[in-house]
Design a protein around this ligand. Structure first.
Ligand code: FE2
Length: 364
């Protein structure tokens, strides 16, 4: 029996972005990524400082928040980091117990346990700090039966472009040189996560830049958080570019799971989502590298999907370009066919693609 995790984390409840214009971000996630809006809080619902749109596709929930006043912490976060992830919120059994356990295990408090309440009931919330200005909210339900969280009203704006995305597969954080192990240890000590896989600069280096990565996971492998740091290369690492533009550590990418990547990528490309392109030669070598796969090579090539195989099976994946103007946060679309890995065999092709774009930005 795997050990019960010390904070009794159930799942990622939602991911909150602080953004400059939540209304337009909600439109983007609906029309381009195929999320539906399901809940809302703002001036019309009695919230005076900020506005939030709750978006969902499958079980993946994003919350998009913008503040009205320039000195609001939400606005200051956006001023410093651009649009980015503020909160990876966990659903926990008991927010008070989770918070107490986290603090005892060395976490820094961001918010003491408190009630969020409305006519639908109560949710207990606390929050702890992780890398950079990123936090983990801890949320537990006390008879709440509303649409999202207390203070939100149901406001459904469906999408006509659902891309078949099911849930968050993993979320990656970029931290400074020399800090990867610190944060891996933090996830182990505070959240009881285990070191799932690590990659060193021999796995992930090109002629120019390199990075190192450790994947931390809860004991059910439902919540996976790779942590990257830059490694010394001839030129500037893609992680350094992120750290420069995000002005510190933060979430680099969110990987969303699908069970039909060809369908998902077709929809997303039709919707105008831009993906990183690998050279055509990648596909010439693919059959030799990964062997027999269920998907037609022609489809994979046409859609620019990457494939990797390990002992347990294979996976298909694809990465978007940054979805904001700063070269910071992007998305990964992933389908797993037995593999629990992260596409190590694609790192070289992928990072060369990233570096071509870095060079175009004058940052290599
Ligand atoms: Fe990833």
């Amino acid at each position: 029996m795997p050990q019960q995790n010390p904070l009794r984390l159930k799942s990622i409840h939602h991911v909150e972005f602080y953004v400059g214009n939540a209304k337009q971000a909600a439109f983007f996630y609906r029309q381009a990524f195929g999320f539906s809006q399901f809940a809302y809080a703002g001036l019309e619902t009695g919230r005076r400082q900020s506005v939030s749109y709750a978006m969902q596709q499958g079980k993946a929930r994003l919350l998009l928040t913008t503040a009205f006043a320039p000195d609001d912490p939400v606005a200051q976060h956006v001023q410093r980091h651009g649009d980015g992830v503020r909160d990876i919120a966990f659903h926990v059994e008991d927010a008070d117990a989770a918070f107490a356990a986290a603090i005892e295990r060395g976490a820094t408090a961001v918010a003491e346990p408190h009630d969020l309440a409305d006519g639908h009931g109560t949710v207990r919330r606390a929050a702890i700090a992780t890398y950079g200005d990123t936090i983990h909210s801890l949320l537990s339900y006390r008879g709440y039966d509303g649409p999202f969280l207390p203070g939100y009203v149901e406001r459904h704006v469906p999408t006509s472009r659902d891309a078949g995305l099911l849930r968050i597969d993993h979320m990656v954080g970029n931290v400074e040189l020399g800090r990867m192990n610190t944060w891996a240890d933090w996830y182990s000590r505070v959240l009881g996560f285990e070191r799932y896989i690590s990659f060193d600069d021999k796995d992930i280096s090109t002629d120019y830049s390199a990075l190192m990565s450790i994947v931390m996971s809860d004991n059910s492998y439902a919540i996976k958080f790779p942590i990257n740091e830059p490694a010394a290369g001839k030129r500037k690492s893609q992680i350094d570019e992120y750290l420069d533009y995000y002005r510190g550590p933060g979430v680099q990418h969110i990987a969303l799971l699908t069970t039909d990547i060809a369908h998902t990528v077709t929809v997303l490309r039709d919707n105008g989502i831009e993906f990183l392109n690998v050279p055509d030669s990648y596909y010439d070598m693919l059959p030799t590298r990964v062997g027999e796969i269920d998907e037609a090579l022609e489809t994979i090539r046409r859609l620019g999907i990457l494939v990797d195989r390990d002992e347990e099976g294979y996976l298909l994946q694809l990465f978007t370009r940054p979805v904001v103007d700063r070269p910071t946060v992007f998305y990964e679309i992933i389908q797993r066919k037995g593999s629990r890995g992260f596409g190590k065999g694609n790192f070289r092709a992928l990072f060369e693609a990233i570096e071509r774009e870095q060079a175009l930005r004058g940052n290599l």
